[in-house]
Design a protein around this ligand. Structure first.
Ligand code: FE2
Length: 501
């Protein structure tokens, strides 16, 4: 079994907070992950078919989101099958154990496979993994699990649980329910066309893919070991780990909870044991607060903050980087974490303003990639793509610019860099400094532009969490994957926090 304490101590010395090499800049040798990939295709959103297939996002925004109703049907069908009424699962993990959390994994290209070597290394001896949202891009299809789930995690020798993300819902959750809950497809309810918002939506809405069962059987054989198997009772669940509970919620397409799930969450959260929430939408992200509404009143965060419910951390995917907000609630500190760096194209951190949300001080906030590296990454990408060499900012310049903008001490030591007008304009155009318009570096970039970049060169700035539980405390560590061999051999430790239990 890997000695995570020792790996973390080494990882801390070689992180992006220590050197540019630690961030994966100046990569000499590309990682072994290349050999694991089924092909060298880059995941593409620009394909009109891909966009058409993920149209449910747009339709849900225009005509309302039918997912809560579909979720009720999935949940009712599972209850009929006789699953635990509170969707509890128990895994015997012993007194001291560890597990991994990966967010937003399923692109099936270099950005996903680059995470695998480090994940396998630090995952050795862990009891299980959890995928926090967006298991499969673009639409969660059951026919795409082979290369985006079973193949990448074939050598991970423990069960993998998951909560769905919005992308998994673009398939009506059909793929997710089939693979994780072993559920039969829902009977499609055909309604005659009505000239109404829901009628229009029904007409255009993408139905779940019919799953090619023999092909899925073949794919599942890539994870054949008994110790790799696990079945979830529903898309939301409680994992009983003895002294700790892991509570997974399903935030659907729009990022809220239906009434039935809200009641369930209140019920299972009344257990006094310490808990970690796993969600498809982070509660604190990019210096914003999203408490996650529950149908009929109240929010998920009301429950997380309630001292009686004893949540110590809330971890969410959806945004493809790592962020940690230690929020003081009464006499406790709850760790609100974004962990969406497990496989999809990186979302910028350099657009995160100076942090003050929830009373968190900028100096307590952590993110990966560092804002300066994020700015340099996007400047490189756009300067190449747009053939505008002046747009490029070195990592050192990126760090100097973002430290000046945010007003913090640069998180990585570097020589004093004079800030020129050219650098300022580049930073503005890339969203690091305020300007009414800037080039897309977040969701829009990911959706419409990332594939144009054919980004097959490290660093990828991917990350995953290693969580360990011992008698008195819980440790959450964020390890990086850059796609570079050096960081596969010694995964950098980008952040670590200890929580007393
Ligand atoms: Fe995502």
């Amino acid at each position: 079994m890997v000695d995570v304490g020792a790996a973390a101590a080494r990882g801390k010395q070689v992180s992006s907070r220590v050197s540019e090499d630690g961030a994966g800049w100046n990569c000499q040798t590309i990682g072994t992950f290349q050999a694991l990939r089924p092909n060298t295709k880059t995941f593409t959103w620009l394909n009109p078919l891909t966009l058409w297939r993920s149209r449910n996002e747009v339709l849900a925004g225009l005509f309302g989101d039918p997912s809560p109703e579909v979720r009720r049907r999935w949940v009712a069908a599972q209850r009929e099958r006789g699953v635990d009424p509170d969707f509890r699962i128990k895994q015997d993990v012993g007194e001291e154990y560890s597990f991994l959390v990966l967010g937003d994994t399923g692109e099936g290209d270099a950005s996903q496979y680059a995470v695998i070597p480090g994940m396998l290394k630090l995952g050795e001896g862990t009891s299980f993994s959890v995928v926090a949202s967006d298991v499969i891009y673009p639409t969660g299809s059951g026919n795409e699990y082979r290369d985006k789930f079973f193949r990448p995690y074939k050598d991970y020798a423990a069960p993998i649980y998951a909560v769905p993300g919005n992308h998994d819902w673009y398939d009506g959750l059909g793929g997710f329910m089939r693979v994780f809950c072993d559920a039969k497809p829902l009977h499609v309810q055909r309604q005659g066309f009505r000239l109404s918002p829901s009628g229009l939506r029904g007409l255009l809405w993408k139905k779940p893919d019919a799953i090619d069962e023999p092909a899925l059987d073949e794919a599942q054989k890539m994870r054949p070991l008994p110790e790799q198997q696990a079945t979830l009772p529903a898309p939301y669940w409680v994992l009983d780990l003895g002294r700790l509970l892991l509570v997974g919620i399903d935030t659907g397409i729009r990022g809220d909870l239906d009434r039935e799930q809200g009641e369930w969450l209140r019920r299972v959260s009344a257990d006094p044991r310490p808990k970690i929430l796993i969600t498809g939408k982070p509660i604190y992200v990019r210096n914003e607060y999203h408490p996650c509404a529950i149908e009929g009143g109240g929010t998920v965060d009301d429950i997380v903050r309630d001292p009686a419910c004893n949540y110590v951390a809330a971890i969410g995917g959806d945004v493809h980087n790592y962020e940690r907000f230690p929020v003081r609630v009464g006499d406790r500190t709850i760790q609100y974490i974004v962990s969406g760096g497990g496989g999809a194209f990186m979302h910028a951190t350099h657009t995160i303003p100076r942090v003050d949300v929830g009373g968190v001080h900028e100096d307590e906030f952590r993110c990966y990639p560092l804002r300066g590296d994020s700015l340099s990454f996007y400047s490189l990408l756009y300067s190449k793509r747009l053939h505008m060499r002046w747009l490029y900012l070195t990592p050192e310049q990126g760090l100097a610019l973002t430290a000046k903008q945010v007003g913090n001490t640069p998180p990585r030591h570097s020589a004093d860099v004079p800030i020129t007008a050219r650098m300022r304009w580049a930073a503005r155009l890339l969203g690091a400094w305020p300007m009414p318009f800037h080039l897309p570096v977040g969701r829009i970039f990911h959706r419409y532009i990332s594939e144009l970049s054919d980004w097959d060169t490290p660093p990828f700035f991917k990350s995953f969490l290693h969580v360990s539980v011992t008698a008195g405390h819980l440790k959450i560590r964020c390890f990086a994957a850059t796609g570079c061999l050096q960081q596969e051999v010694e995964p950098p430790l980008e952040d670590e926090v200890e929580i007393p239990l």
